[in-house]
Design a protein around this ligand. Structure first.
Ligand code: ATP
Ligand code: MG
Length: 418
């Protein structure tokens, strides 16, 4: 079906000509509600495409987490078309279209990066320019919306009516070559938003993609910029790396690029010493990935404890005041990543309980509300040590060292996989 609006290049002579590819996407793989939203927007004369991670995952044969839509309709126009619509966001307004079962189809108006026109290219390249994006986005054209995105694989539009991919950013060759590449100059894009360094690691690890060498070099060169990013975003991205099903590969890349040394120097230094104790981190991360594949992702507190266990044990081992040693170690972590107090306290509780259980001192632990989480942490660590998991920790399995969450006593809080 022809689009109701003229193609962007007719309106904007500057607009790059997109490459258009026939998409090898089965309509059944796309959420039917997302297709409905697109159809209604199109019928009302707007442009509308599937965008972002959903398109990337479809093209890579991975299971998309969610389906986002970009459209020429303004948020209020979207709202007037859908009764089940809620406008959210103060900085940039988005439409959330709600469906049964809590499903949300995020529908955003095409927007551009406003700094793209006030900074001339040379200025953008100069070392001393502060590129961190601090202002809001403004509405734009489809090609501008594609260009503001982080990686080429994330900048593709899927036209569900024509079953084609519209590519302004060279994303399709990178999907085929399975490579992470920034849209535009990598140094500039990482300085604008250093969290993109962690996102590159996430996509490379989770989807098993290569990283374009100049992009990798820029990640290393710009890693210190991570210290300037919004701290809650950093913590969230670290948790995403732990939850994504490729925690081992993710943290290997974190270590290798030096990003770990910037964000969690305690963990990086622990790994650097290369001792058998430090190598157990990889075993715990493997175990997390195994649990995730089995659909029983541990809680954030267990994940974060598993990441920090090595340095924590090193700090508290044999000291008279373990709490003080723990606080001293965690002070920097809390500061760098804005770790909420509750999470910090929970990590201490779980690590302590895990140590007591390992020493065979069960006491009243099985009656504590944190027992399931502590048991899961113990099972991750036992797996890393290649030790048999204690019998009382769950059902017998053929593989005694397979990690498993403790779930007998009480249903654990589960988080939907991302
Ligand atoms: P996931 O599967 O982990 O959700 P995603 O690619 O969908 O991956 P989101 O954080 O949901 O990631 O973001 C949706 C889209 O928004 C991305 O695909 C990308 O196009 C764009 N985007 C997200 N974060 C950034 C960023 N920091 N800089 C530029 N574009 C971004
Ligand atoms: Mg997403």
């Amino acid at each position: 079906m022809a689009s109701a609006t003229p193609p962007p290049e007719a309106l904007f002579p500057d607009a790059p000509e997109p490459a258009v590819y026939d998409a090898d996407v089965r309509p059944d793989d796309v959420d039917p509600d997302a297709l409905k939203v697109i159809r209604r927007l199109r019928r009302s004369g707007y442009q509308a495409y599937l965008v972002g991670g959903g398109v990337r995952d479809l093209l890579l044969n991975a299971k998309p987490k969610d389906f986002d839509i970009a459209t020429s309709a303004r948020p209020n126009e979207v709202r007037s078309l859908f009764r089940n619509c809620r406008i959210i966001g103060r900085r940039f307004r988005l439409a959330h279209i709600l469906f049964g079962g809590g499903k949300i189809i995020e529908t955003a108006t095409f927007r551009r990066d406003p700094s793209a026109d006030d900074d001339d290219d040379d200025a953008r390249r100069r070392e001393d320019v502060d590129l961190l994006i601090r202002h809001d986005n403004v509405f734009g054209e489809p090609w501008e919306d594609a260009m503001r995105r982080d990686f080429t694989i994330n900048g593709l539009f899927y036209d569900s009516e024509a079953n084609t991919v519209i590519d302004y950013v060279g994303g399709m060759p990178d999907i085929r070559g399975r490579v992470v590449r920034t849209i535009g100059q990598p140094d500039v894009r990482f300085r604008e938003d250093p969290v993109r360094i962690l996102r590159a690691i996430k996509f490379s690890a989770r989807l098993d993609l290569g990283i374009d060498p100049p992009v990798y070099d820029a990640m290393v060169a710009q890693r210190d910029e991570l210290a300037r990013a919004a701290r809650p975003r950093l913590l969230e991205e670290i948790l995403r790396l732990l939850r994504g099903g490729a925690a081992h590969r993710s943290f290997w890349l974190m270590w290798e690029t030096g990003a770990l040394g910037v964000l969690l120097p305690q963990v990086a230094m622990h790994l650097d010493d290369g001792s058998p104790d430090s190598r157990r981190l990889w075993g715990r991360l493997d175990a997390i990935d195994t649990l995730r594949r089995a659909g029983s992702l541990p809680t954030d507190a267990v994940l974060f404890s598993a990441l920090l266990l090595g340095p924590i044990e090193e700090a508290v081992d044999g000291v008279p005041d373990a709490t003080r040693a723990y606080e001293a170690l965690m002070q920097d972590v809390v500061e760098t990543l804005a770790v909420p107090r509750r999470l910090k306290e929970r990590v201490r509780t779980l690590v302590q309980a895990q140590r007591r259980m390992r020493a065979g001192k069960m006491g009243a632990l099985p009656r504590r509300e944190y027992f399931d989480e502590a048991s899961t942490l113990l099972s991750l660590e036992s797996h890393a040590r290649g030790e048999r998991i204690p019998d009382w920790l769950g059902e017998e399995t053929d593989d005694d060292t397979a990690p498993r969450p403790r779930t007998r006593r009480r249903r654990r809080r589960r988080r939907a996989p991302e």
